[in-house]
Design a protein around this ligand. Sequence first.
Ligand code: NAD
Length: 313
Amino acid sequence: MSEVILVLGASGQIGVELTQKLRDLYGNNNVIASDIREGNKNMMVSGPFEIVDATDKETILKIVKKYKVTQIYLLAAMLSATAEKYPQKAWDLNMNSLSAVLDIAKEKHIKQVYWPSSIAVFGPKTPKQNTPQNTVMQPSTVYGISKVAGEFWCNYYHEKYGVDVRSIRYPGVISWKSKPGGGTTDYAVDIFFNAIEKGTYECFLSEKTRLPMMYMDDAVNATIQLMQTDSKNVKNRTGYNLAAISFTPEEIASEIKKYIPEFTISYQPDFRQEIANSWPESIDDSEARKDWNWQHKFDLSTMTEDILKNLKK
Ligand code: NAD
């Protein structure tokens, strides 16, 4: 049977690209985009769009019934850097939206849920290199706390109520079609726009800050691959570690210089440095690779080439 998918928070950085890929795969009319604000033009015209507050269970349920939705992808959230400014709002949005969607699945209105976690579940006491799937999770940010709690809610609903919920701990996701929404890894997107438009960039993290990252194409493919795999392959119901590349601002700048030799970068670390310092440098994602055959395609050099080629157009 064909799926009908509702994407909550579809107008954000990941949502616009994931929605497009889902529409290509499942048919434009079978993927309902929704958000509290409109998304880019392409998303708005290529298929159905509804204004939905992801914390409002009744409205979500109305849309689920209207379109006979079978799967929900819940992308609405407040991200790490913004959440530090509005901790209570972040907690309310991140937790109440997940509760609403998990309850709708528990009540059997839908069959499957996708909810992204993050490398922010880890904290200063977590091993920084090759961070294992199961390790210390003591985050120092409200965003990280909401992701740890969310992961355990997902696992609880799976164990107690049989809810088929799946999750990935995304690293920093890098894109050029859509701009990021207030995370600590946003510099790795901003740097490309600034390199093309101004030839220079002031980075809010220090030059040696190494963080796990991933190109949007890989993140979108991983998400759909996890959702499409047979349920018996999904052995982890908290959140899968997922990795592709790890690099520092200095390293990405020197990669960009290969294409724009006059490009310059300066460093002015702000409050986001402390968040970055609490996160891993690299991630062990062998369980995702083993359980559902995850493989990344893009490394730092192929990603940089692809982004600059597209942005220059
Ligand atoms: P984003 O901030 O770009 O987009 C979030 C979207 O949610 C926005 O369009 C916003 O308008 C919408 N939204 C906010 N409040 C809402 C509400 N009450 N109801 C409905 N929509 C609402 O975020 P993103 O980067 O696309 O992230 C998507 C998910 O992936 C989030 O759960 C985030 O924590 C996770 N994640 C992202 C990254 C990354 O690098 N982008 C890394 C790790 C995890």
